[in-house]
Write a protein of this length. Structure first.
Length: 510
């Protein structure tokens, strides 16, 4: 670094590591909530009298609000202040969780889930953008984003374990109530220790047409994929949602190119390194969400695991993600270019996924599933960490919230696509297998049950082959599009990265 850059670099916030604790706690709450409710859903459905046709709305109501409002939430954080947005998001999420836990019927439950999604859309980009503006030193940034990346990657699996425990030993309502202490501790801690850099807010007027177009476009896209899973890809409403989404998002891009103060400045999206991160991360999440779904059903339905045992069966993946993120990604982040972590990381995860294509009814957990999970976790942890850091690196501080929101948007849309696309592929392969073995399946008894189980596993294996291809595509995109050097080094870099990035971050307010 030049002497001039060093002299102008901002003083490090002395409370930044304390702040990281509360930011990480809030991120864990948001991420685990995405899976913890899945395990509790059957019990909640019975207690509240929710029909089979409407039960998906417990998941969909959250996904639509969260996915649709993320860009708006990111810009509100830029405009209103990230600390303010973070604390308000936490308090709102806690209140919505209390409402969900106390729900006495379907309407109250669905309303609570939509509110959770809305406040989550304010909270998630504020959390990531706070890290982006508080950690400016390359080595410290690597450690901070290593921890954040491990939580972002492994939080979903933690949700499976916690959801299993709470549902099995208490009741489903505690999968909502458990968010309240998380949120209170994080909000109080954040209010006391976070000092947001002065001058980093975006005071420009809010882009109302951009808010309306992006929100409705993303809601239509997420709902289209969610509906495709249950109603089919050729369903009239499913097709209409995809068409509407394409039109609305195209209109959004045109508006953003023309307005003076856009909701999502195209410079954030079109810079090749950030664009590479958003695209490769979104694709990788498609494969991961599908895998969570398949492994959960395989372990519980085919292998007969209890909810708690299923949760613990995901521990190797969590361990791999933590090791990949904090021990490999964080240690190498300042020594090698990000593409040389992300590209190989996605390939290692793809190798783990490749092992799972060999899944059979009688597959051994220690011999096949455990090593596959370790490879998946190591690969994803190694790739996620530089991805999270690079997505906000070099962004003008006034755009940090909306750049962070794009990371969450790519993950949210990727999750919706992954669940719908891979589940549809699996269902088609299962149906084809049953058609080929119709006589044996009709026989009933143990032989018929075995055919049913084999058909299910055949479907999972077919879908996992697609997941392998998607991870290879993620690796190719990361290696091709991302060309920035290691932090602090010369060479091609993200806009404002390296030394310039340090000059862009304003000094801390006292």
């Amino acid at each position: 670094m030049s002497k001039t850059a060093a002299s102008l670099a901002p003083a490090a916030d002395p409370s930044r590591w304390k702040a990281l604790v509360f930011i990480a706690l809030a991120q864990l709450m948001v991420v685990l909530d995405a899976t913890i409710v899945n395990i509790a859903l059957p019990s909640a459905q019975t207690d509240l009298g929710i029909s089979d046709g409407n039960r998906q709305w417990v998941i969909t109501a959250y996904a639509l609000a969260f996915g649709g409002l993320l860009l708006f939430g990111g810009r509100i954080a830029d405009k209103w202040g990230r600390k303010n947005a973070f604390v308000v998001g936490l308090i709102g999420f806690a209140l919505a969780s209390a409402l969900g836990g106390a729900a006495n019927g379907e309407a109250m439950m669905l309303g609570a889930r939509a509110l959770q999604g809305a406040f989550g859309a304010l909270l998630a980009p504020a959390a990531l953008s706070l890290l982006a503006v508080m950690f400016t030193d390359a080595k410290e940034r690597a450690k901070a984003f290593g921890i954040y990346g491990a939580i972002a990657g492994g939080g979903g699996a933690v949700g499976l374990i916690l959801g299993g425990f709470l549902t099995e030993y208490l009741n489903w309502r505690w999968t909502f109530f458990v968010n309240i202490p998380f949120a209170i501790v994080a909000a109080v801690g954040a209010w006391m220790v976070i000092r947001e850099p002065a001058g980093s807010r975006n005071r420009a007027p809010l882009d109302i047409p951009g808010v309306v177009l992006s929100t409705t476009g993303l809601v239509a896209l997420v709902y289209g994929f969610t509906r495709a899973e249950s109603a089919g890809w050729s369903n009239t409403l499913t097709v209409a949602m995809f068409v509407a989404s394409a039109v609305l998002l195209a209109a959004f891009v045109l508006v953003e190119a023309k307005v003076k103060s856009p909701l999502l400045p195209l410079r954030v999206l079109l810079e090749r390194n950030r664009g590479g991160v958003y695209l490769s991360l979104g694709l990788a999440v498609i494969s991961m969400f599908g895998l969570f779904l398949f492994l959960t059903y395989y372990l519980q339905v085919v292998k007969g695991f209890s909810p708690v045992k299923t949760g613990f069966a995901f521990l190797p993946m969590i361990a791999g993600m933590i090791a990949g993120s904090t021990q490999i990604g964080a240690r190498l982040m300042t020594r090698v270019p990000p593409r040389l972590l992300m590209g190989p990381g996605f390939l290692v995860a793809g190798l783990g996924m490749l092992l799972l294509t060999q899944l059979e009814v009688g597959s051994s957990y220690p011999a096949l599933i455990l090593p596959a999970q370790l490879l998946l976790g190591l690969g994803m942890g190694t790739a996620f960490m530089p991805a999270m850091s690079l997505a906000t690196h070099g962004v003008d501080p006034a755009d940090a919230g909306v750049a962070s929101a794009m990371v969450n948007t790519s993950q949210q849309v990727g999750g919706a696509i992954g669940t719908a696309l891979l589940n549809t592929i699996a269902a088609s392969a299962t149906t084809a297998y049953l058609a080929d073995h119709a006589a044996e399946a009709a026989a009933g008894g143990p032989a018929g049950q075995l055919i049913q189980a084999q058909a299910m596993v055949e479907g999972y294996a077919s879908a996992i082959w697609w997941a392998v291809g998607i991870l290879v595509a993620s690796s190719v995109i990361a290696l091709t599009l991302i060309n920035t050097g290691r932090p602090g080094a010369g060479g091609p870099a993200a806009s404002g990265s390296g030394e310039d990035a340090e000059l862009k971050v304003p000094v801390l307010a006292h």
